[in-house]
Design a protein around this ligand. Structure first.
Ligand SMILES: C[S@@+](CC[C@H](N)C(=O)[O-])C[C@H]1O[C@@H](n2cnc3c(N)ncnc32)[C@H](O)[C@@H]1O
Length: 286
């Protein structure tokens, strides 16, 4: 098991590599997963005028939806460990004239720099699983919520049902020697167990804890070729791998990836679905 600081540094490096791709393919990643965002917002029910927190906001998702929900009289703070992702979020906000959202880089998930009872609602969309200590993040969020404030988070469920993860891992394994033991640190599917998520919320001091699972679209792209291109620009570990490969091996990997996607979707649009877990809880009144 790698130590927490090393895991965080690895995350920073991977998200630095993929941040430009996340902005480039924002619609393919965020519009497609609108159901997940809708479920998250339903779980915390932000009202106009609320102060909302978006932990691991990436390039501002679902900060965008929260900013619309709380309106001009409310505010949203997006936090992320990656300066490059935060820069993407700030650019998006500037470009769209969003004035009620602010973004900050945090050093780690346990030190969010927040005042007690600063927020009415909080969310974390597919972020907890990348944190070495998600329990510390949940405790920090709970303290920053008003009594009665709601928190909800989504993670990816069963890795075998997450098509993007399954297809990309199978293709990559055919081209790059895989380690004997699976990676033990945080990653896209490292918090895919509903019971563990429930325990984390309860240990974080939340009550009314509920965890649900649902199948949803996560990524939509016009065709197999554009989809693999998107993988090559948004998956940090794949970007790093391609950077250390010869042009010939990188081309072989791409051809195989496109063929694997075509085998499932033909020449038509690619809609990658997966199981999502939605956990929610309330900061107790006392
Ligand atoms: C899959 S992205 C999700 C981004 C956004 N919430 C979305 O749904 O599009 C995961 C995000 O978690 C952030 N992250 C990883 N480790 C973190 C940590 N320890 N603390 C805060 N954010 C972290 C990454 O920088 C990245 O922006």
């Amino acid at each position: 098991m790698i130590d927490a600081d090393t895991a965080r540094e690895q995350q920073r490096q991977e998200w630095a590599l993929s941040a430009p791709g996340w902005s480039q393919f924002r619609d393919n990643l965020s519009a497609a997963s609108g159901t997940m965002t809708g479920r998250l917002l339903d779980a915390v029910a932000p009202r106009p005028g609320d102060r909302a927190l978006d932990l691991a906001c990436g390039i501002g998702n679902p900060t965008d939806a929260l900013a619309a929900a709380v309106g001009a009289g409310g505010s949203v703070l997006g936090l992320d460990i990656s300066p490059e992702m935060i820069e993407g979020a700030r650019s998006w906000a500037r470009a769209h004239g969003v004035t009620n959202a602010e973004f900050r880089v945090v050093p780690d998930e346990g030190h969010l720099g927040l005042a007690p009872e600063e927020f009415d609602v909080a969310v974390c969309r597919v972020g907890l699983q990348y944190m070495p200590d998600p329990g510390a993040a949940l405790r920090a969020v709970r303290e920053a919520l008003v009594p009665g404030g709601r928190m909800a988070a989504t993670t990816l469920g069963d890795p075998g049902r997450c098509m993007a993860f399954r297809i990309s891992s199978q293709v990559i394994a055919r081209h790059v020697p895989t380690p004997d033991a699976p990676p033990s640190g945080p990653g896209p599917v490292s918090l895919s167990d509903a019971d563990r998520l429930r325990e984390l919320f309860a240990a974080g001091g939340f009550t009314d804890v509920a965890v649900e699972s649902f199948e949803t679209a996560l990524i939509e792209v016009g065709d197999a070729e554009s989809c693999w291109l998107m993988f090559e620009h948004t998956m940090g570990p794949l970007i790093a791998m391609l950077g250390s490969m010869s042009a010939e091996r990188a081309r072989a990997l791409r051809e195989d990836g496109v063929a694997a996607l075509r085998a499932e979707f033909g020449d038509g649009p690619v809609v990658l679905t997966g199981e999502a877990l939605l956990a929610s809880g309330t900061r107790p009144e006392s």
